[in-house]
Design a protein around this ligand. Structure first.
Ligand SMILES: Cc1ncc(COP(=O)(O)O)c(C=O)c1O
Length: 380
């Protein structure tokens, strides 16, 4: 088995930077460039024939690779442009003019997801209830609840949510859970079948190192056969090339597709998935827990308040820390080749991946300590 450090050579940016921003834009594998060139070559040489030679099916074949990473059976995952579109497809399967029209969502959901559900309240008749945290979500679910959009790992704090408890309560009350697993897949194991979630969504930009434009949607297989999305198109038709005037939904994940697939993004994305599959998610998680534990120890020793959970079982791949003047520290870290980011209210976010070394983590905390010591207010 290859050492984790052996994978560093596959990610060119690691030779130039300390790359701790995998929660935002995962490092690009060199193989992604080859895939994009392969796409261009196929387009150039095969032309229109490319559709019949794999392009048309790519939103499903690539979806099956995501399926292997999330414990979903073949034929249950479809690819979309992003999470917002994937959740919009889910929403479009439901009506909000009936007694069961409540959406219980979590305060910590990603803003784009929040905006989408809020718009359903403003235009579609949905009744929105915002719960403060995962326990609050469990308490809020009742017989009026239709959908429960929650996040596996919160983007602001890296906290893992108690999805089991939410699914159990939702199902007891006839509600359905839409799990946003963007911040978990690729670093925290997820098994959608074992969890019993009704829908799951995510993307490829972050821990999967797959780049933009490759969002995914899992629908529980027994549900898929009865849902009819309103946000639909010809790829969802049972016989798209008959160009029939009325929709006749295909079976399985196909019925959640819309129009022409985002082919170049799907080519690029699989290079990242391949590495994640090769390293193995359990090995990545084990290393991630070591890395986040070390980071937290070092940051606390340096006297900085850490905002991520201290219990590793509740902690995803990101550590958030609040040094004074986080925005300035972030900018100056970038000038020193250390890439992370900051978010309002939470401070710096540090997202190491399996290829980062302990020395890089130590160096980063030393630099944060040095920069935080140079408060602008103290400068002449
Ligand atoms: C939890 C979570 N959901 C969704 C998104 C993004 O959604 P979209 O793919 O629609 O841009 C992000 C980050 O960009 C995220 O952290």
């Amino acid at each position: 088995m290859a050492e984790l450090s052996d994978y560093r050579g596959r990610f060119p940016i690691l030779a130039e930077t300390t790359y701790l921003i995998n929660h935002s834009l995962g490092a690009m594998p060199a193989a992604a460039e080859e895939r994009v060139l392969e796409y261009a070559h196929v387009w150039k040489t095969r032309g229109i024939r490319a559709w019949g030679e794999g392009w048309w099916e790519m939103a499903l074949t690539v979806g099956d690779q995501i399926g292997r990473l999330i414990g979903a059976p073949p034929g249950t995952v479809s690819m979309h442009q992003n999470v917002t579109i994937a959740e919009a497809v889910v929403l479009s399967c439901f009506r909000f003019d009936r007694p069961r029209r409540r959406i219980v969502y979590e305060e910590g959901n990603f803003p784009s997801v929040r905006y989408l559900y809020q718009a359903q309240a403003e235009r579609g008749g949905a009744d929105i209830l915002v719960a403060a945290d995962d326990e609050g979500v469990v308490e809020a679910i009742d017989d009026r609840t239709l959908l429960v959009p929650v996040t596996h790992v919160l983007y602001k704090t890296g906290q893992i949510q108690d999805v089991e408890a939410i699914v159990e309560r939702a199902h007891d009350h006839g509600a359905m859970v839409v799990l946003d697993a963007y911040q978990s897949v690729g670093t925290v194991p997820l098994d959608v079948t074992a969890l019993g979630v009704d829908f799951a969504v995510g993307g490829s930009v972050k821990w999967l190192c797959g780049g933009p434009g490759a969002g995914w949607l899992y629908v529980r297989p027994d549900l898929a056969s009865v849902l009819e999305p309103g946000l639909t198109g010809w790829q969802a038709h049972a016989r798209p090339f008959d160009f029939e005037p009325e929709q006749d939904y295909a079976e399985g994940a196909t019925r959640f597709l819309t129009g022409t697939p985002n082919v170049p993004a799907l080519y690029a994305a699989t290079a990242g998935y391949d590495v994640i599959e090769e390293v193995g998610i359990d090995r990545i998680r084990e290393r991630s827990v070591e890395q986040t534990t070390l980071l937290i120890e070092l940051l606390e020793e340096a006297g900085f308040p850490v905002g991520s959970p201290s219990d590793p079982a509740r902690r995803g791949g990101t550590v958030v820390v609040r040094p004074p003047e986080a925005e300035r520290v972030d900018a100056e870290l970038a000038a020193r080749g250390i890439l992370c980011d900051h978010r309002p209210d939470v401070g710096l976010r540090l997202g190491p991946h399996f290829f980062n070394t302990d020395d890089e983590l130590r160096h980063t905390v030393e630099q944060i300590a040095e920069l935080a010591g140079q408060r602008t207010s103290l400068r002449p």
